[in-house]
Design a protein. Sequence first.
Length: 512
Amino acid sequence: MSVPPQAADGTAPAPGAPPADLAARLTGLVRALRTHGLPIGPAETVDAAAVLEVLGLADRAQVRAGLAAALLRSDGQRGVFDAAFDLFFPLGVGDPEAVRRAAAAGPGPAARDLAAPGAGGPEPGAPDPTPPDPAALREHLRARLAAALAADDRAALARLAGEAVAAFGRYGAAGGPGRPGSDGWSAHQTLGRLAPETLLARVLAALRAGADGPGPATADLAGDLLPDEIRRRIQDFRALVATEARRRAAELRGTEHVAERAVAPSADRIDFLAAGHDQLAELRRTVHPLARKLATRLTARRRRAARGHIDLRRTLRRSLSTGGVPLRPAHRLRRPARPELVLLCDVSGSVAGFSDFTLLLVQAMRDQFSRVRVFAFVNRTAEVTALLTRGGGDPAALARRILTEAKVTGYHGNSDYGAALAEFADRHLDAVGPRTSVLILGDARNNHRDPRLPALRLIAARARRVHWLNPEQPALWGTGDSAAPAYAGVVEMHCCRNARRLGEFIARLLPV
């Protein structure tokens, strides 16, 4: 590539800069994206290099959009790409310009005046004075942050993110700038000190009182919409702080090291058991796109399977009209039946996110099966097929409906796989037949109770196949109260830690 590398301060690169640095940045970005599971091949990499040739580096936003168009295949990959792009193509290195100007200005009366309540901000173009005391510095930054949030000033928020990380983000900092020997930067530590969420009431009061005047983005907002808009701006500021902390950490520990460990995975690669509330919400939004993809794949496989093997006699008969050359092979047509599916789902708190997502996925793919019956359990088993189909598949209410309307718990609220399997074998075994695929969803943590292996053997003997989907990594099977090795000796147990692995399993094992 002939495009020179990006300058450290984000401006146009100096003439004569070596192009090898830019090539290294691009290939490093591609390696990082591949590490996070994005399918990027040589063709996409060549296209990305061509994008850099055409766009140059004068407009960083255009470079980001161009590389995203060349490298990505779906919207769900954009979050991973943006985080990695900010590491390999940073706006600058070292302290942001706002931090350098504040340090050059030094503490003084102007800083103390600015930190006082009711004081105005610095004149345009003047350096931002910085209070010397950590507590005063914190209040100073919070006051400026509240003003920037009220005005929806993106440039000011970006500057404040850099200043906040410089002030509070260094590891080992005790309420102020970090020690020179500290090795690392922390967005969590920065946000914990700055506490931007607590500014919501202050920003709302300023906007509603007209103290600073609503910006153009809030002029038409009123009532319940305004708090949601401020929360969105605070979330955007948190993302800016995280980006700045990663950039600084990459300068200390290496860009590829930080890209591998500090960039959040895409939604389909988030571990079910480690996902937080926001990540589970994002995961649920991927259910229907994943279901459509899997349904298309299963339909294509079923269509190919319908052709069957070549019918030699009919093929030879057809070849008589072409001089004995079999130009039109004939196949033995068959009608592959759609499988029946029975789900046994642990809906206890430890694996609720995994079971919730799998239930929604199966519900979205109901047309791919001739019959679907769903049973939920904690320590008692109850059929919840009707609950799953009622209410339009609202993911937020699914688990609540099951726990409140179905009898899935007995005299205690802990998981008991043995009791649940025994009750299913006693009361619901008629749901399993020779065409039935049974999926058991759970981590097999039985709270040291009897696993009731004969009940699982009885189910396996009646079903066509039984698979146990475990969201825990195999290294944890058999530790603590896990009965996974005992159950794995009876039926196949598969590790399904994230949506990608779950989708691969369904596409591979369920078609018949």
